[in-house]
Structure formats: C-alpha cells, structure tokens
Design a protein around this ligand. Sequence first.
Ligand SMILES: Nc1nc2c(ncn2[C@@H]2O[C@H](COP(=O)(O)OP(=O)(O)OP(=O)(O)O)[C@@H](O)[C@H]2O)c(=O)[nH]1
Ligand SMILES: [Mg+2]
Length: 639
Amino acid sequence: MSLQPPEALLSVDHAEDTSSRVRAAALRVALVGNPNCGKTALFNALTGARQKVANYAGVTVERKEGLAHGPQGETLRVLDLPGTYSLRARSPDEVITRDVALGRLEGETPPDVMICVADATNLRLVLRLVLELKQIGRPMVLALNMYDIAERQGWSIDLARLSRELGMPVVTTVATRRRGMDQLLAAVQSVAGAAHEVPAWREPTAAQLRTAHGEAERIRKACIRPPSHPDTLTGRLDSVLLHPVAGVAILLAVLFLMFQAVFSWAQPPMDLIKGAFDQLSALITQVMPDGVLRSLICDGIISGVGSVLVFVPQIMILFLFIILLEDSGYMARAAFLMDKIMGGAGLHGRAFIPLLSSFACAIPGIMGARVIDNKRDRLTTILVAPLMTCSARIPVYTLIISAFVPNRAVFGVASLQGLVMFGLYATGILSALAVGFVVRKVFWRGATEPFLMELPAYKRPDAKNVAMGVLTRGKIFVKRAGTVILAMMIVVWFLSSVPGPPPGAVGPAINYSFAGMIGHGLEPLLRPIGFTWQIAVALIPGMAAREVAVAALGTVYAVSGGEGATGPLAGVLHAHWSLATALALLAWYVFAPQCAATLGVIKRETNSWAWPTVTFFYMLTLAYAAAFATFHIARAFGA
Ligand SMILES: Nc1nc2c(ncn2[C@@H]2O[C@H](COP(=O)(O)OP(=O)(O)OP(=O)(O)O)[C@@H](O)[C@H]2O)c(=O)[nH]1
Ligand SMILES: [Mg+2]
C-alpha cells in the first residue's frame, strides 16, 4: 500500500496529448452499491457532472464515466453504475454493473479500485454486497454516504471496527454537500495497487450466499447501533399517503395542481418572451430591406424558433414539480399506489418509474425499462412508453389549447385550459394502460409479477439539486430549439418559399412552393381527419421532433401572409381552423409516432427493427383513428 499516486500519473503534466494520456494512465474507480444510496450524487460531486439524481431506486441504468481530481491534483476516471443488491444479476441494468465490476466487457479490465457506496442509515443489505464484491479481489473502499441523515437520526457506527471487520478503509460522506470527498479520494489512493490474485469469479451458490448473509449480519450487529428513538416521520406520512382512498385522492390533487400551475404561473414569463420576439421581428422589419434574407430571419427563424421558445417557462414549471416529487420520495409512493391499477392492465410494477420518466421524454423512459428483468414485461413497457405525454408535446398542446379553449374558470377555482391539459395527459396514461392490457391479453398471457420496489425514506429536497434539474431541462429544450428546430425551420422556410410564384399569380406564394405541393398532395389523405394542407406541411418536419410542428406552423402561416396571418400564432390558428380540426389535431398528437429518435432507441434497446416498426404502425393507426373519431364527433356537435 502506498499513499503516493502510481508513477504513471506523475508524468501526465508533461504529456503532449493530455486527455488521452490521462485516460490511459489514470486510476479507474467504479461506484458500486445498492439502488438509491447516492452513487450518482457522489459521482456528480467527484466529477462535476450533472447526471440525474432522484429519491427512488433505478434512476441510473447505464454506466457513465467522468474525470475527478484528487487532493494532489492526480486524475481519476470514475464510473457511475446502476444500483444492485448482488452480483447475481437478473435485469439488464444489473448485468451492466456485474460486467463492469468483473471486467467482462470487451477490452476492459476490472476497475483498479471499487468504491462501495452505502446508505449509512440502511446498511443491512449492502454489507452482504461488500462481502460479495470482496471475492473479486480488487482493492475496495466503503463510503458511508448520507452520513448527515445518519447523524441527525442518531445512528452510532463504530467506523474503526467496521473497517477492521471488512478489511478496507471506511469513509463517511455527504454527497449532496460534497463532504468527505478528499478523504474518499485519499482512501482510494491508499489502496490502489493492492489487488490480490483470486481464482476466477464464480456465481456464489445458495449456501455460500447464506454464509455471507450470516457474516454480514454479525458485522452489522457488532459495529452498528440504531438510534434509540427511531425516525417515525416516514411511517406517519405513509399511513396517509399510501392509504387506498386518501392516498389516491391526494395523488390526483397533486397532479391536478401541477397542471394548473403549468398554465397559470407560466403566463407572465411567456408573455415576456413573446413580446421580446415580436419586438425583435419588428426591429428587423424596420432596419432590413424587404427580401429573401429578411424573410428567412423573420418568417423562418423568429416565427419558427420563437414560437417554440415561448414554452420554456411551462417546461421548467412542469419539471419543478416533477423533480420536487422525485427528490422528496413521493414519486415512489405514487408508483406504489398505481401498482394495482398497472397490474390490472398487465404492466409490471417496476414499469411505473420508466413510464414516469417518459413524461420528460420517451427515450430515458425506454432505457429505464432496463430495470425490469422479465423480457416480455420489459418489451410491453417499451411499447407503451411513447404514449406517455412527453415534454415535446407541451408546445403543441398549449398552442392549440390557448387558441381554442377559452381561459375560463370552472367551479370557481380551476382553469378550463388546465383541465383540458390534465385530460390530455390522462388520455395518454389511460391509452398506455389499455395498450399494455391488449398486448398482455393477446400476445403474452401470464401473470404479472408483484411489486418489489423498496420505498425510500422521505427527504427534504435539496435546493441546489432541484434548481440544477430545472435549469438542465430548460437548457435541453433551448438547445433543441437552437439546433434541430432551427435547422428544420430553415428547410421548411426554403421549401415554403421556393419556387417563387409565376408572374401574374394570385394568392399567397406558398401555394406554388414545394411545401405547398407536398401539402396539397397529402391533403386528400388527411381531409377525412379534418387536417388542412398547412397542417400536412407541419407534420412532416414534426417527425424530427414534435415541437418542430409548432415552429413549422409558425413559419408556414408567416410565409402565407394574408388575412389573419399576423400576430400571435394562436390567433392565426383560431382564424384558420375550425374547433373540430383543432380537437382532431390534439387527438392525433396524443398517439402519433412523431419522433424519429424514440424509434431509434427502441431499435437499440430491443436490438431489432421489428419493434420500432410495430410501434410506428400501431401508433399511427391509433392516431388516425382517434383524430377521425374526434373530428366527426366534434362536427356532429356543431364544432
Ligand atoms: N441528505 C442526503 N441526501 C443524499 C445524499 N446523497 C444522495 N442523496 C439523495 O439521495 C437520493 C438518491 O441519490 P442518487 O444519487 O440518485 O442514488 P443512486 O445510488 O445513484 O440511485 P440509483 O441510480 O437508482 O441506483 C437523491 O434524492 C439524492 O439527492 C447525502 O449524502 N445526503
Ligand atoms: Mg444513480
């Protein structure tokens, strides 16, 4: 053992190609531990990364790598891994952890040092994992994380004895406050290089596991004394929040409040952003001569990208709620409450969290399905995840709602617009349950498995983590607007302006453009569901990302000019569409497979083109049928 960094690290400063040399020479350190013990929080604290952290099991489903700098300036490569209870991996995320720990991945050796991360208030299962990991023979350090909570609750842990019994340094940490990081890195350096040869690792037999369990229990009893007054807050809260009637009522009230807030709180900042873009557009109209470039900037970029950017406040408010619920531990309770309903629909209990992540975007949701070990249950979850209302649908929904649903109070308190939004989310959830049910009944008969998620203790959400999460979400959205959406808008603007109208032509120029031709060509297909040719033009670039459809509508109507084409997009749509058309488009967007990236991830996760194809066609069929029915029913009611 040596406190000095290995020789190779010292030469790094003089290297020419630092980054690759650092990577080659640096110590590789893996974070291994039970789910929800704070591995990712620790990873973020060590590397400055901003990986997602939340108070429930199964947040991390991939390996992530980052660089950390030790007290003496040495560099370490840190690996964040999915949580696991044992190396007897069952689900795909646990397989990742096992393979990294054992160095089974191609071109990889086992990590130089393993940091076993533990929730200091919940050591029962992790000690067994520590004993199991020791069998691999790599140098190890035990990090007792969440030590702030352990201290507050009054746990008494004999650190010296624990270190002796386990034969490895034990360090206390508070990842969210970056406490203990230097001591942790020093401990890592002190054990580095102490690997000992062991015979090839074999999956332990049941008898070996029992022995390990007994040993872990002995160490726990010898080193740890629980608080004399156990914490009862979680239990007391749960007796209300998990109540079959009161709990469900509270869950509905929370979700209802969330959508109300999305509409009412977001209005002032949205007006500000909209005002700024209008002024920018007016300014450019004043200073630039009329021409192609001005049209590109005003009609293409500002009308298009601007109409998407106004939704940043709504996205951020929605995520403020979601992150608060996740970080406090309430989301896991929501999962528990939904378990019966989901089980009835043939979905696995563990599907709740992936489906919940799909509210942000179906992509992390589909990847999150890795926590489900049963292949069929995992596939069912992947197939229905795109039906959950992702945040890219928010611009489309709110645009149409604010154009067509009056801003009226119902029952004196609730806004009608918020209620419609709530309804659209509910439709998404119910259809996911319905499709899950059909898939289960038609294709994969058999019972679903019981829910085995450990309920985390409630925690006060960490203000920094919440602020960081909300900002990150806002940034992702703005970045998309500045890249994918901007690029698509330039294409849409080009197609809407070229070729120009023939001499002596009457009517808007867009009628003669490529976009006009495509739109008019598709119109017969879309007329039965009430869509105009302008909608057809917007739907195609909308395949790249749903928000693009909103931007494209902005551009198409801006280029069209003419009656009612100026002013806020909502007003323009109100002038051009019937209510039936608007409702049909909402129905379409609940189901339509309008996102190429999602289909790509389904291909990657299922390793076959069959499932993205199935997803595309089943969603397209549902979208067409829903829009058709909505349009005709609305018309029958005179809309
Ligand atoms: N009070 C306190 N909270 C912590 C600490 N470390 C992490 N947390 C919180 O604990 C929760 C779980 O943290 P994560 O980092 O997501 O846990 P994880 O081990 O990566 O979880 P999985 O990826 O699901 O296995 C989050 O709500 C964190 O904010 C800590 O030292 N003190
Ligand atoms: Mg994690």
